[in-house]
Design a protein around this ligand. Sequence first.
Ligand SMILES: Cc1cc2nc3c(=O)[nH]c(=O)nc-3n(C[C@H](O)[C@H](O)[C@H](O)COP(=O)(O)OP(=O)(O)OC[C@H]3O[C@@H](n4cnc5c(N)ncnc54)[C@H](O)[C@@H]3O)c2cc1C
Length: 342
Amino acid sequence: MTAKLVDIRQSRTSLEVQDGQTILDAALAAGIPYPHGCRSGRCGSCKSRLIEGKVELLQHSRFALTDEEKADGLILACRALPQTDTAVAWLGSDDDDVQPPRRLDGIVTHLDDLTHDIKLVRITPEDRAPLLFNAGQYAQVGFNGVPARSYSMANWHGYGGLEFHIRRVPGGTTSEHAHSALKTDDKATLEFPLGSSSLRLHHSGPILCIAGGTGLAPIKSIVESALAHGMKQPIHVYSGARAERDLYLVGHFQALARRHPNLTFAPVLSEARSAQHRGGLVTQVVAEELSDLDGWKAYIAGPPPMVDAAMDLAFARGMRKEDMHADVFFTPEEPPGSVAFE
Ligand SMILES: Cc1cc2nc3c(=O)[nH]c(=O)nc-3n(C[C@H](O)[C@H](O)[C@H](O)COP(=O)(O)OP(=O)(O)OC[C@H]3O[C@@H](n4cnc5c(N)ncnc54)[C@H](O)[C@@H]3O)c2cc1C
């Protein structure tokens, strides 16, 4: 097999896609701002029309792409391996501006422990210029001598640099480096901004945010941006953690909720009892409290099982697919097609 040419209509570019490479991966590597979210066939943000040619589709969820949509000529760019030269057009999902991704050099300007295993890392571009991105997007962050990984921005505008919340994964190359070796003034590289699970400013219905662990980083960005833009609809934030010591930013969100009566914030502990906080899986608590999600938008971020459960729940409660924006913190070692779907 040889590389295939893929014509991406909106970018007016013909791209070489290597064997085993998805259309989305090739497009992002070429700097094309292809709309995308989970990159693992779960969210549908990269849904595209196959105009010409043939692709093999890797495993994906039925929410992301239904059999009817496939029969109608739609594909997921993150799951599509071109079998012939191909032409595609992304459907596009939103009216917000999308900045093309670019690479830049930065400096670590601030480090702080948010919990026993979550570190705040602030990176400022070397030229100190403000950075444009949409709340909820992420960057590929690289430090000296360790591979770059995806981390979501936790602030909502790029004045004063980018804020990341990095959880230590035991044995993890880059997160361990961030926790044990990283110092202020260290150099960093950024490929940025990435992802399409960002705040939709024109939505006027209620908003549901569900975070698992450091999934709270993009949710913080989205909520702060929504409030700063004067969005007045109900915004419900659920933040799932194992135990009290894994919770963070509780005081920050409680203070925001006091200033903005349309915001509620509920920490949920899955493995510990607490007089103050709800107990159970975050998705169980949402299921008990919200019965009808028709007309709502959801922003969901965290580990794959939590995101899958939250998406199942939201759709079962009447949420429309176009209102679901999910960021799956999948690991780079997870091979395409290995994700378990119903
Ligand atoms: C879009 C996106 C946004 C993300 N945003 C954030 C963020 O804001 N904050 C954050 O902390 N992480 C985030 N992640 C996860 C992050 O990119 C890395 O996967 C994580 O930091 C581990 O990298 P590592 O190099 O330390 O581990 P690796 O060296 O890649 O992995 C070492 C071992 O740990 C396992 N592993 C890797 N990641 C995890 C995990 N998350 N949980 C359990 N086991 C794991 C691997 O399978 C492997 O066995 C995000 C991921 C994606 C795709």
